[in-house]
Write a protein that binds this ligand. Structure first.
Ligand SMILES: NC(=O)c1ccc[n+]([C@@H]2O[C@H](COP(=O)([O-])OP(=O)(O)OC[C@H]3O[C@@H](n4cnc5c(N)ncnc54)[C@H](O)[C@@H]3O)[C@@H](O)[C@H]2O)c1
Length: 307
């Protein structure tokens, strides 16, 4: 049993930090959240309230959750009594290393230290710590209060019991944790996701289809099954022999380049940055971009009710 009302610190109150704080506070853990930017700190309660309203939470739950959250102006103050710290600051290695040095100087020695980096090796982030056995990765997915998965990443130094304690804590908070035994870039989820994206970009780059066709194929076929049928289950469902036959014939033709596609680099170099510039792989009006965001939020909310 994981005790409730432990003290959690969340470092960085942006998109991920506010959602991590929401998820843990809703699970009755005390939260100390901090951010160096005053406006970000000031907007935490309103942003959490808005996210909870969107989730369909009632007023009592929202008020109970907000009461579990205290906002601190400094990392030093936020981590003083922490049982676990979740760092959700910008994706910059030197910044994260500096933040963990500060956390280590101010948090209790028993406190678990977790980084929410998207793809950076946890080993690199934690390499200068004095007590490395208590450090690990917890890779939450956006939005963290709606997507169940959290990858718990061990480094070569991480104590097994520390990793298990974090796993149990996340599970008790209603998340779906998965243990990542080795610290590889992209962990599990982003390696799988970007293996798919590499092939998707390659199909467009090589004129096999346009970007819209890639999205339609995924959304209208295996994407429909993915939330309830993972690839390993699917391979067993159709048979490993059929899977082998398919791989014998198709793998030799798939994209296997080691770096990013030149097509993608050109998009970025020419300012085609996606929805925020109106043009990326596809062109977008503001209304179309909003509709996509709304569609994702509605879908995630419906999934929560049905799965
Ligand atoms: N956005 C995503 O979809 C997503 C998904 C998974 C993981 N992540 C990772 O989570 C982390 C945070 O991403 P985000 O999307 O929330 O970014 P964000 O820009 O929304 O939030 C980062 C916050 O950190 C604050 N900050 C800056 N310097 C800081 C410092 N020294 N100490 C504490 N806070 C500081 C910023 O003011 C900002 O509010 C990154 O490592 C990112 O790669 C992001």
């Amino acid at each position: 049993m994981v005790p409730k009302k432990q003290q959690m610190a969340v470092i960085g109150a942006g998109l991920m930090g506010h959602g991590i704080a929401l998820a843990l506070a809703k699970a009755e853990q005390y939260i100390a959240i901090t951010d160096p930017v005053q406006e970000v700190r000031d907007s935490v309660p309103d942003r959490i309230r808005a996210s909870m309203v969107a989730l369909g939470d009632d007023k009592v739950t929202i008020s109970k959750t907000l009461k579990m959250i205290e906002i601190f102006p400094t990392t030093e103050g936020a981590v003083q009594k922490a049982d676990a710290v979740f760092e959700a600051a910008p994706e910059k290695l030197e910044l994260k290393k500096a933040i963990f040095a500060e956390i280590e100087s101010n948090a209790p020695e028993t406190c678990i230290l977790a980084s929410n980096t998207s793809v950076m090796p946890i080993t690199q982030i934690m390499s200068d710590l004095r007590l490395k056995a208590r450090a690990l990765g917890t890779h939450w997915w956006n939005p963290p209060h709606m997507i169940p998965l959290v990858e718990v990443i061990k480094t070569e130094w991480t104590d097994r019991d520390v990793a298990q304690t974090m796993f149990d804590l996340l599970q008790a908070a209603g998340k779906t944790p998965v243990m990542v035994e080795k610290d590889v870039p992209g962990f599990i989820g982003n390696r799988l996701q970007h293996a798919l994206w590499r092939e998707a970009v390659s199909l467009v780059e090589n004129g096999i289809c346009d970007a819209e066709a890639v999205d339609t194929v995924i959304k209208s076929s295996f994407g429909r099954r993915l939330a309830v049928l993972g690839p390993m289950e699917n391979a067993d469902l159709v048979g490993t022999d059929l899977t082998l036959d398919i791989h014998e014939n198709v793998l030799c033709d798939l994209e296997d380049r080691k770096g990013p596609s030149p097509y993608l680099k050109t998009l970025v170099e020419t300012g085609k940055l996606g929805m925020r510039s109106g043009q990326g792989f596809r062109s977008w009006t503001e209304g179309e971009a909003d509709a996509v965001r709304q569609r994702v939020a509605t879908h995630l909310k419906q999934l929560e009710k049905t799965l």
